[in-house]
Design a binder for this molecule. Structure first.
Ligand SMILES: NC(=O)c1ccc[n+]([C@@H]2O[C@H](COP(=O)([O-])OP(=O)(O)OC[C@H]3O[C@@H](n4cnc5c(N)ncnc54)[C@H](OP(=O)(O)O)[C@@H]3O)[C@@H](O)[C@H]2O)c1
Length: 386
């Protein structure tokens, strides 16, 4: 029986992780649940899964749950999140945004298996996360479907993939293209929040859905792939594949390509991550070939979706530039979700924020938090000026 800390349990990845656990109750025990403020949802999860610890970032929600469930330890705050990983075998980081960074660092520092959905922590904290990753015998099993695909393709090739291999020509990260694929600049100027939240193939939380519409999600995934697999940026390509059946591919130096395919269902990469290195029987994502008539591929539109280019630039710059990019994006997306700015403002704000990047080195955890803070401050000032 593996003990799981599921952090971000009330979100899209969190609830799908619970679907996977529910289907394999003999294998997994939910030891810790954590969320922000969704008290109604977590109350039901506590009743069903009986965790020993619950953490809410919202102090009032934590207090209410503490009174309601006296036999459970209810805590609040980033330190509680960090401490929660100690008693678990697998940490599923399904928190959205930069708030997931303490969990990623703590899980790796404690030598735990980290099933990582929270891409923002790896992107923003790159150099510091890599230090924690090397210091203990911990492992990251990616949950993001593209990186799970790359991980599986690399494992299909050789088991010591962790060392940057001369045999890899390039990683090919697929992108659905989002709801605005093929839109002109004029059309993009008038898109609405409702349209941005209508993803053509995946049902996800609001932040990542907006990121998918700007292609920033793909840009973040390029940085994530670089950090996870140690492959240089010039060897990581993005290809638009509107059906979201091919989740990513690895091309080897002999030009042979290995791909991973399934229907778009996050419960498959979650199942893979929770069972790794075994494979477990599951039907999530199973392809019915009668329904698949074509698989299409096209080049991404870097001009109209400049977030993708900005992400490559910040990734190549390294140090705290990805943290800066991530923070600017989180602030801009939150402002778009709140109705403060237009969709088309998002890439401009991020570009302007990056123009103010202060080139801080990423030596300690503190540097990442400082970069994040500065970038948020500047992006908020830019928004106030709109
Ligand atoms: N959804 C997908 O299909 C998908 C695919 C690949 C990767 N990812 C990545 O997975 C992560 C989660 O995405 P999502 O779509 O599941 O997001 P989501 O639906 O918005 O859920 C976010 C979760 O994080 C919790 N949370 C927010 N702030 C927190 C904090 N400070 N402390 C503890 N918990 C906090 C939320 O709690 P409340 O409900 O209380 O606010 C919720 O449980 C993101 O990094 C995303 O990029 C998602």
């Amino acid at each position: 029986m593996k003990n799981i800390a599921l952090l971000g349990s009330t979100g899209s990845i969190g609830t799908q992780t619970l679907d996977v656990v529910r289907a394999s109750q003999d294998k997994f025990n939910i030891e810790v649940l954590a969320a922000g403020s969704s008290i109604g949802a977590i109350r039901k999860q506590i009743t069903e899964f009986s965790p020993s610890t619950v953490i809410m970032s919202d102090v009032r929600a934590a207090k209410m749950l503490d009174e309601e469930f006296p036999t459970i330890t209810v805590l609040s705050g980033p330190d509680a999140l960090k401490e929660s990983v100690v008693a678990c075998d697998i940490v599923v980081n399904a928190i959205v945004g930069f708030a997931g960074l303490p969990v990623t660092i703590a899980a790796l520092s404690e030598g735990k298996t980290l099933a990582l959905a929270n891409k923002e922590s790896l992107i923003a904290g790159g150099p510091v996360v890599q230090k924690a990753r090397k210091s203990m015998k911990s492992s990251i099993i990616p949950v993001d479907s593209e990186h799970s695909a790359l991980y599986q393709c690399l494992h299909g090739y050789r088991s010591d993939y962790d060392r940057p291999s001369q045999s890899i020509k390039r990683l090919i990260v697929t992108a659905s293209g989002g709801p605005f694929r093929g839109f002109t600049t004029d059309k993009l100027n008038n898109v609405t929040l409702e349209e941005a939240l209508e993803h053509p193939t995946w049902d996800m939380g609001p932040k990542i859905t907006v990121d998918s519409s700007t292609l920033m999600n793909k840009g973040l995934e390029v940085i994530e792939a670089h950090e996870l697999f140690g492959i240089e940026y010039e060897k990581i390509d993005v290809v638009v594949h509107p059906q979201s059946i091919v989740h990513s591919m690895v091309e080897f130096v002999d030009s042979s390509i290995i791909a991973q395919l399934s229907m778009p269902d996050m419960r498959l990469p979650i199942t893979y991550a929770l069972n790794y290195p075994e494979r477990s029987e599951a039907e999530w994502g199973s392809i019915n070939w009668d329904e698949i008539t074509k698989l299409e591929f096209e080049q991404p539109d870097f001009k109209n979706f400049s977030c993708l280019k900005l992400a490559y630039q910040a990734g190549e710059e390294g140090e705290t530039a990805p943290a800066w990019l991530n923070a600017a994006n989180e602030v801009a997306v939150a402002a778009f979700l709140n109705g403060q700015i237009k969709w088309a403002d998002i890439p401009h704000l991020i570009a302007q924020a990056l123009d103010n990047y202060d080139s801080r080195k990423a030596e300690e955890e503190h540097d990442i938090y400082e970069a994040d803070k500065q970038a948020r401050l500047i992006t908020n000032q830019l928004i106030a000026g709109i």
